[in-house]
Write a protein that binds this ligand. Structure first.
Ligand code: 5GP
Length: 127
């Protein structure tokens, strides 16, 4: 079943400038902005400008230019935040929720970059 993109999702509205955001980085194909409800001292969302619902769709359907731009944008944000372990930073976590089991709230692909304190174990035990 193909993905169906909802152009009224909140990140589509941010991309159209209908809702303000705290931009960290904008590139030709990507936008990074601060999460409205941060779950760590640093919490940035990176989204492609294209209409992709989640990561697997993007990885398979996006153009090479979009994928390169998006991947580089994620790296650039880590650099801007000063969290790269190889550069003396304390590290970070990348997370991308997709679909029901991952409790994806916004149906436009986004990678969370969270950092700034010890992030604990990767997953909670299923409750
Ligand atoms: P998900 O659960 O889909 O992986 O994450 C969605 C994220 O989007 C949440 O962390 C939530 O705080 C964030 N978010 C929802 N609405 C807005 C908004 O209007 N602006 C910003 N900057 N973040 C939002």
């Amino acid at each position: 079943m193909a993905y169906s993109y909802d152009p009224q999702n909140i990140f589509a509205k941010i991309l159209r400038g209908e809702i303000p955001n705290n931009t960290v980085l904008e590139t030709e194909h990507s936008l990074a902005f601060r999460d409205i409800a941060p779950q760590a001292p640093e919490h940035v969302l990176v989204i492609p400008k294209g209409a992709y619902v989640c990561y697997d769709q993007f990885a398979i359907e996006a153009t090479d230019a979009e994928i390169i731009d998006y991947t580089r944008a994620i790296g650039e944000v880590c650099k801007m935040l000063g969290v790269q372990p190889g550069e003396g930073g304390n590290g970070y976590r990348l997370l991308s929720n997709a679909g029901e089991d991952a409790i994806q709230e916004v149906p436009h692909l986004h990678v969370h970059i969270v950092a700034g304190h010890n992030l604990g174990r990767m997953l909670q035990k299923a409750g």
